[in-house]
Design a protein around this ligand. Structure first.
Ligand code: ZN
Length: 153
């Protein structure tokens, strides 16, 4: 990745980390899933509202490092108006993005703005910060009424 692009990616993460989007409690969510990453201390609550198998709204509350906040902010932006099936595909693609040493171009294209978090693959501890929101999403989708805390450990 060239320096200019890297700087741009950094900017997106810092922007979303400092000014998270959809940072609020959602009224009448289909599920509220807590996520906790004890390694870093990231702790968030993801709210999702689903209608007709489509995610119509998403928001979150919580605190943590800039990466975890940016990741969750970007997630809530991206999953709005996507189907549950699509959200699961995004989860899978995101896992590849952060774990594969050289993720396929089509994965990055598919993820779009979410690709800015791909840089965490060089920092194993940070991968859990970046994937926390996604694990919360998946756990919530797996069990809509699940109120348990999902942990990265
Ligand atoms: Zn973190």
């Amino acid at each position: 990745m060239n320096e200019e692009l890297r700087a741009l990616y950094q900017e997106v993460i810092i922007d979303h980390g400092r000014h998270p989007r959809n940072f609020k409690k959602l009224e009448h969510p289909s599920f509220c899933q807590e996520g906790y990453n004890p390694l870093c201390g990231d702790h968030l609550k993801l709210y999702v509202r689903i209608e007709n198998n489509t995610i119509v709204d998403a928001s979150f509350e919580g605190q943590g490092c800039a990466i975890s906040m940016a990741a969750c902010s970007l997630l809530t932006e991206r999953i709005k108006n996507t189907s549950i099936v699509e959200a699961r595909k995004l989860f899978d693609a995101f896992q590849i993005l952060v774990s594969d040493a050289n993720p396929p171009e089509k994965i990055r294209d598919y993820l779009g703005k979410l690709s800015v978090l791909g840089g965490v693959r060089d920092f194993p501890v940070r991968i859990k910060c970046a994937t926390l929101a996604w694990h919360a999403l998946k756990a919530g989708l797996d069990d809509i009424n699940n109120k348990k805390v999902v942990s990265t450990e």
